[in-house]
Design a protein around this ligand. Sequence first.
Ligand SMILES: [Zn+2]
Length: 346
Amino acid sequence: MPRHFDPALINDPFDDPGLYVDLVFEKRALLFDLGDLGRLSPRKMLRISDVFVTHLHMDHFAGFDQLLRRLLGREMTLGVYGPPGVIDAVEHKLKAYSWNLIGGYEGNLRFRVTEMDESGRAASASFSGRTQFARRDEEKRQSSEGLLLKESGIQVRATTLDHGLPVLAFALEERAHINIWRNKLGALGLAVGPWLRKFKEATLRGADDADLIKVAWADAEDEKPDALPFGMLKKEIMKISSGRKIAYVVDCAYTECNIERIVKLAEGADTLFIEGGFLERDSAAASKRRHLTARQAGTIARRAGVKRLVTFHYSPRCKGEGEELAREAQDAFLRAGSEKVDRLFR
Ligand SMILES: [Zn+2]
């Protein structure tokens, strides 16, 4: 079964941006952007294991203190990921307080902060409560294709966008899962056993349909072949469920380079969370501030072929026009979809 995640924006679209992603079966959560966290319950905050910061404008980072306050005294390591400068930013935040009494706290809170530049070079540093959050730098490494976090069930990739300064956009993906139909296995007279692992490995390396896979039979007494063709097994007993994918994109100018990078990152996502805080009539103001309009967000979502579009991070100048903003984005997003439907019925 694919692991389950449950994404939800934490604030009203006119307030600070932030996406909380509960990893339901792991009793933990990921957080995208660190703006005002006042609406997250203590229980939800305590589940956060990793935080992804797009950039260091205040509305995306000022919530660091709220999180620090809540996690202090816990025995845990918080992963923080962001653009160049985020290690210094965390260091400065931690240096703003006195830690002479921290030795008496029960749990040791640690931070492991990673920043990635445009070329994919990643630098990390850690800060431990035991040493009053003294900074310890680690060796730099090259991340492959913007991969920031890779676990057995999920991964997070980032790409750099231009907003007058580098901003990271993120994609969270579940890895595809190979499932075996147990009942069909039984119906064929095959037994569960280590051979299934080899069969799954053959699937992952893209084996040829004619390749023979050694199998185990439930009833070993009958005369049965000790191997079956990979293609036949694949058809009969295997089900691949592709993992879900979401993308989180804020604060970027509508430039060809940004668009291309977002489309590549978000391609085929189940949900794209993207800023779209200006009405088209305010496109000059949006472009001056290096932000996307609602229509531009919808156009990008369409180009990326995502299944669902959610816009947020609305500009205060559009206060009271939230529905209009959402509609302009959805109109641009769905336009191609309706053309496709028209073609089908022609
Ligand atoms: Zn910004």
